[in-house]
Write a protein that binds this ligand. Structure first.
Ligand code: 1PR
Length: 588
């Protein structure tokens, strides 16, 4: 077992952080009781002399070639008490003592930058000299000979094999998003602690184990194919998953890399390949209340105002504090929805960006943020593209962005013309950040009809007939927080946005929102059967049984809830324990 790093500057800052998103002077300081102490207890004390040599001065060299967002990796490194030196030149790679390469973006674009800047050669030299290296995600894939992503494209060629796309024809949703346990095939040292615990993946491409690369492969994972989850040779490690987003387990992997063992290695931990775990997501609807404070609110069929004389915005807590608590409680993801983003320009809404920055410093599971992602011209005539808005969210700590209203307009136009212009927010953001980073949030409302032919949109037979005995319903999409119904159904929208580049669908239902009577199974089945990207079931969770019901009756990949978590009616752990008891795999 390894030592935890000493309480370094970032952690001192962390423990004394007093950021509050409320302007109220009486607000209690935000101190996230992250399990630093708990984690600490798992590691025996060791001396600094056995750190990876580059970490001896608490500095990790980071190869960020500027193609995407590596803020999460930075946050995790800092959380573990290290400073970061950014690679500027090939010499910085050659002089590094401990190098982390969190590849982001597309394979071809990354190789292009590495070749143009002379960094490809430096990286090969560094790795061939067995210097301490950790590649993450694309940082693993680039070590292989080539990739089929927009290719074939040549890689660094250090590991035999070709990186190919997951096959979605056999029913597996691509991208592969979520938590899996690993099958450890040889000692990898950095994975020694993880055993059967899950780590977070998000990718559409993967490398496969073969006889030619077996000296490298340290663990595999099964997702339709048996693919390479990690490689290790000497001091060189790379992982397909995201340790910086894998909660405690991920931090322990990073810690083991930064504090490698000095001598003998231990037997690999028991690891077995698992199915993709179902995710439990906590959602925070955020908006400014009438006093000007940014608060977590919660609607009742999207109405977030109290039924009192003052009619004030319901206030269920402070965003950063609640997000931190849900991370501790075991949420697999945290979503922020800036629910008035459709009328307030999000880049003018700096507190929302602050919320992301502070949350991402201490929350090491994926963070999604939505609200107001669209092209915008401000009062001074300055034009901002939706890509700029999304980029600001990513830079501030989001791992995924979620688009609501703008995706509806894009889908309507695409269905009308049959043309992909490449200019919609959806297309632009998924092209730059990858479709796994783009969620489309659908806000449909049930509309009952007597027969499916009564309406041009896809209607389903409903489990509970409508008020006049109607046996069918279609699900009308809305924009602007449910305020305006649009001439498009959730089914048509879901299929269109998948084609336009969405990587995941957050499927709300206005009728069920805040009702606590269960998810709309008819709707979720309709959509999760219609698309091959992951679908997050949302709206209506009231008891733990609602979660097992949605996973048993539909193909949803994740279930999201808000009210029951905010009001502390059902703890996240109870949901997970119940799912496990009913035979549904979850991350514990
Ligand atoms: O249109 O791109 O600006 O995005 C706006 C985003 O804000 C959309 O994702 C939209 O869903 C969300 N939004 C807008 N208005 C509201 C509102 O409530 N008045 N919230 C709103 C949507 C719904 C869920 C909720 C679940 C679970 N929130 O995310 O968290 O229904 O709730 P429950 O477990 O309590 O039933 P754009």
């Amino acid at each position: 077992m390894e030592a935890a790093p000493p309480l370094a500057s970032s952690q001192s800052r962390f423990f004394s952080s007093s950021f509050s998103t409320s302007s109220s002077p009486s607000s209690t300081p935000f101190i996230l009781h992250r399990n630093f102490h708990r984690t600490n207890l798992k590691f025996k004390s060791r001396t600094l002399s056995i750190r990876c040599s580059g970490a001896a001065d608490n500095v990790v060299t980071l190869l960020d070639y500027g193609a995407g967002n590596v803020r999460s990796v930075r946050n995790a490194i800092r959380f573990l008490g290290f400073d970061i030196k950014d690679v500027q030149t090939p010499e910085d790679i050659l002089n590094a003592n401990c190098l982390i390469f969190p590849g982001v973006g597309a394979f071809a674009a990354a190789m292009d930058v590495l070749n143009k800047k002379g960094m490809a050669e430096a990286l090969c030299t560094y790795i061939e000299n067995d210097r301490p290296f950790l590649g993450i995600c694309l940082g693993l894939q680039l070590l292989f000979e080539s990739s089929e992503e927009n290719g074939p494209v040549r890689g660094l060629g250090l590991i035999p094999g070709v990186v190919g796309r997951f096959d979605s024809t056999n029913g597996f949703r691509v991208p592969h998003i979520g938590w899996n346990a690993l099958h450890t095939v040889k000692d990898s040292e950095i994975l020694d602690d993880i055993g059967n615990r899950h780590v977070y993946f998000v990718h559409s491409y993967r490398a496969m184990p073969s006889n030619d690369n077996k000296e490298w492969v340290s663990s595999t994972c099964n997702y339709g194919d048996n693919f390479i989850a990690s490689v290790r040779r000497g001091n060189v490690h790379a992982v397909q998953f995201h340790p910086e987003k894998s909660g405690d387990v991920g931090l322990s992997i990073l810690r083991r890399f930064l504090y490698p063992k000095s001598s003998t290695t231990k037997k690999p931990g028991e690891g077995r390949a698992s199915k993709l775990a179902k995710r439990v997501i906590a959602c925070l609807d955020v908006r400014t209340n009438d006093k000007g404070d940014l608060v977590v609110t919660k609607g009742d069929q999207y109405d977030v105002r109290e039924n009192t004389g003052e009619n004030e915005v319901r206030n269920l807590g402070k965003p950063v504090e609640l997000a931190g608590q849900y991370y501790i409680d075991g949420a697999d993801e945290v979503s922020f929805l800036n629910i008035t983003g459709f009328r307030d320009f999000p880049l003018g809404d700096l507190p929302m960006l602050e919320i992301l920055r502070y949350t991402s410093e201490n929350v090491f599971v994926p963070l999604t943020v939505g609200g107001g992602i669209r092209d915008f011209t401000d009062a001074n005539g300055r034009y901002y593209s939706s890509l700029e808005v999304a980029s600001e969210y990513f830079r501030s700590g989001a791992d995924k962005i979620s688009i609501g209203s703008d995706a509806v307009y894009a889908a309507e136009e695409y269905i009308r013309t049959g043309v992909k212009t490449g200019k919609t927010s959806l297309e632009q953001i998924s092209r730059v950040y990858g479709n796994q980073a783009v969620v489309v949030s659908i806000d449909p409302r049930r509309v009952y009809v007597n027969a499916p032919d009564d309406i041009e949109f896809k209607a389903v037979r409903v489990t509970n007939p409508g008020p006049n005995g109607e046996e069918y319903a279609w699900y009308q999409c809305t924009v602007n927080g449910g305020r305006e119904g649009r001439p498009i159904g959730a089914y048509e929208l879901a299929k269109a946005v998948e084609e336009l580049g969405a990587g995941e669908i957050l499927l709300n239902c206005i009728d069920c929102d805040g009702q606590g009577k269960g998810f709309d199974i008819d709707l979720i089945k309709l959509i999760s059967d219609a698309v091959s990207i992951p679908v997050i079931a949302s709206s209506g969770a009231g008891v733990v049984e609602h979660f097992s019901e949605v996973f048993k009756k539909t193909n949803a990949s994740a279930a999201l809830a808000a009210g029951i978590f905010h009001r502390k009616e059902v703890p996240i752990q109870s949901v997970k324990e119940h799912l496990l008891e009913t035979g549904i795999e979850v991350r514990m």
